[in-house]
Design a binder for this molecule. Structure first.
Ligand SMILES: NC(=O)c1ccc[n+]([C@@H]2O[C@H](COP(=O)([O-])OP(=O)(O)OC[C@H]3O[C@@H](n4cnc5c(N)ncnc54)[C@H](O)[C@@H]3O)[C@@H](O)[C@H]2O)c1
Length: 270
């Protein structure tokens, strides 16, 4: 059900690759709630062409940008403001990629050039997006910036390798920039720590399906879906959440606070 929660708000949504992407769901929900926004993704991701369908459905345009390039991000903000007719109220950072995970490198044997890529794409791009927004004075007061994280930032999940480090940096940037941007412009900055979700980035992780099933059995509410995550993003973009900032917010059906569940105990009974 739509309630016009984002009526009159302008945004930038990164990371919609296909209909499984968390960002895809966020775009659909934000559109239903009355927002106008631009979509963006890395130029290489455009080749898949799927994002054009989303742009059509949301009556918007795509501005290609490599989120590691400050120059691309400058164009992204200036073109978005031009297209949308004013400053930006919300930004979704939904970007993650680890060449080490893609190529099956274990944590003890990382390729350091790839490691730097993982950090640059998955974490520093969050800083760059806010740095450029601040420099161009592109955000309205009481705007909202949301990044997507994972609990591997706090606890070790061996298969998550260097992405765990990237998520720890991402969450720290949310605090560092959240303080700065809050003082300067009342802009709030948060990360959502999401349940395992079947997407291109998620499924690239070895043993993902087994782990997602385990998390589902550990969580009293079950895993949060991409559609649930989209609802949470809409709330964080809306005026209902205007005093929430510098937080890492668990959106995981209770997983992060559960020691063990009855279902998991059953699995280990002889
Ligand atoms: N899927 C999960 O289980 C899960 C759980 C918690 C958090 N997350 C996070 O959610 C976010 C979105 O991932 P998703 O699961 O929807 O997968 P996804 O693969 O659909 O989205 C990742 C996006 O990052 C984009 N991207 C990669 N490199 C880029 C670059 N240089 N510039 C701009 N964009 C770039 C990709 O094109 C893709 O659209 C990521 O930060 C991910 O780590 C995912």
């Amino acid at each position: 059900m739509a309630n016009n929660l984002l009526k009159g708000k302008r945004g930038i949504i990164t990371g919609a690759l296909d209909e499984n992407s968390i960002a895809w769901h966020v775009a659909e929900r934000a559109y239903a709630e009355g927002a106008t926004f631009t979509l963006t993704n890395a130029p290489i991701a455009m080749r898949m062409g799927k994002i054009n369908e989303l742009a059509k459905a949301c009556n918007t345009e795509i501005i290609p940008a490599d989120a590691t390039s400050v120059e691309d991000l400058e164009k992204l903000y200036s073109q978005s403001m031009e297209l949308l007719g004013g400053k930006i109220d919300f930004v979704l950072h939904s970007i993650g990629m680890s060449p080490n995970i893609r190529k099956g490198k274990p944590y003890g044997d990382l390729n350091y050039d790839w490691y730097q890529k993982s950090i640059d794409i998955s974490a520093l791009s969050f800083h760059k997006m806010m740095h450029v927004a601040e420099k161009l004075n592109a955000m309205n007061e009481w705007g909202s910036v949301v990044g997507l994280s994972y609990i591997a930032a706090q606890k070790t999940f061996p298969f998550y390798t260097d992405m765990a480090d990237a998520k720890a940096v991402l969450e720290s940037i949310a605090r560092g920039f959240g303080y700065r941007y809050g003082k300067a412009k009342k802009v709030r900055v948060n990360t959502i720590s999401q349940s395992p979700t079947k997407t291109t980035a998620g499924s690239g992780i070895d043993g993902f399906s087994a782990f997602a099933d385990f998390a589902d059995k550990m969580s009293p509410l079950g895993n949060a879906s991409a559609a649930d995550c989209a609802n949470y993003c809409v709330f964080l973009f809306s005026d209902l959440s205007r005093m929430i900032t510098m937080q890492n917010l668990y959106h995981d059906g209770g997983y992060s606070s559960t020691g063990i569940s009855e279902e998991v105990i059953e699995m280990f009974k002889a």
